[in-house]
Design a binder for this molecule. Structure first.
Ligand SMILES: NC(=O)c1ccc[n+]([C@@H]2O[C@H](COP(=O)([O-])OP(=O)(O)OC[C@H]3O[C@@H](n4cnc5c(N)ncnc54)[C@H](OP(=O)(O)O)[C@@H]3O)[C@@H](O)[C@H]2O)c1
Length: 258
């Protein structure tokens, strides 16, 4: 029970990696709020939690929208009095296109949700954590944030940007002698089952699926639970001397060529 009396926000927590983190941390005592745009997805997440005897709160929120994020954080603080922990995970994939053929609308949307959305969430979480005497944040980057993927310039740029954001903010809030300490790290998942790697996506293009598999040294997809284990460790006091780090959870994807 590493998170008894801890208040956690999980953005993009209604399915996939985010939901795994929400369920695992609720299991360990956290008061967890998940957010997403889709109310139906939110309802399904609450039902999944209830089946396991767990409670989650759901708030409809689009992380692109500064007001929506501000209201999300204010609502959690009104209910629980604070935010101790945050997992900023909401994200989307980009269209597959070489840069010259990519659309500016898709570029703006991917940067808006993945990068600016993470910034907006951090801004509001950090303001509250500073008032409360500290906290811990984990952001979701990607193996695509540390190594380029062909035809994915917008996604790669958004996820590399999250690493810069994570490290810059980590430095700003690391020194406990100069103010409340907030540890801020990122995970960089490789290909994970579910979400962008659900059965439909994997089955409709077997060649692409095999390419993804053979890009990991372990030659398998990871699971949301495997990412969640790392995220929970980063959120917990067990990682108390770690800040500004980017932890790969990628089966060896970014370790090198093989
Ligand atoms: N799966 C992988 O292989 C993989 C690998 C590396 C990194 N990642 C990253 O890991 C994160 C989660 O991936 P996943 O595969 O678990 O994704 P997923 O199953 O598609 O879930 C994405 C979550 O984000 C929410 N979301 C999307 N846009 C949002 C917005 N504008 N505002 C608020 N919530 C939003 C979704 O809910 P709504 O759609 O209802 O808003 C959903 O809850 C993403 O940041 C992704 O880039 C995934």
């Amino acid at each position: 029970m590493r998170f008894t009396n801890k208040v956690l926000l999980v953005t993009g927590g209604t399915q996939g990696i985010g939901l795994e983190v929400a369920l695992a941390s609720a299991q360990e005592g956290a008061c967890v709020t998940v957010c997403g745009r889709g109310v139906d997805k939110g309802q399904r997440a609450l039902e999944e939690a209830a089946k396991r005897g767990l409670h989650l709160d759901f708030v409809e929120c689009n992380v692109q929208d500064a007001n929506s994020v501000s209201q999300l954080v204010a609502g959690i603080v009104a209910k629980y009095g604070k935010i101790d922990l945050a997992f900023n995970n909401a994200g989307i994939t980009a269209e597959h296109a070489k840069l010259g053929e990519s659309s500016i609308d898709n570029w703006r949307k991917v940067i808006d949700i993945n990068l600016i959305g993470t910034y907006l969430c951090m801004k509001h979480e950090i303001s509250n954590m500073v008032q409360n005497g500290g906290g811990v944040i984990v952001n979701t980057s990607s193996a695509a944030g540390v190594m380029a993927i062909a035809g994915q310039a917008a996604y790669v740029a958004s996820k590399a940007g999250i690493i810069g954001l994570t490290q810059s903010a980590a430095i700003d809030y690391a020194n406990a002698s100069k103010g409340p300490q907030i540890r801020i790290n990122a995970v960089a998942p490789g290909p994970i089952l579910g979400g962008m790697n659900d059965d439909k996506n994997l089955n409709e293009n077997p060649a692409r699926t095999e390419k993804k598999l053979s890009s990991t040294a372990m030659h398998r997809f990871g699971t949301g639970q495997e990412v969640a284990q790392t995220v929970l460790w980063l959120l917990s006091a067990e990682s108390s001397y770690i800040t500004g780090a980017v932890i790969p959870v990628d089966g060896g994807y970014a370790a090198g060529k093989f």
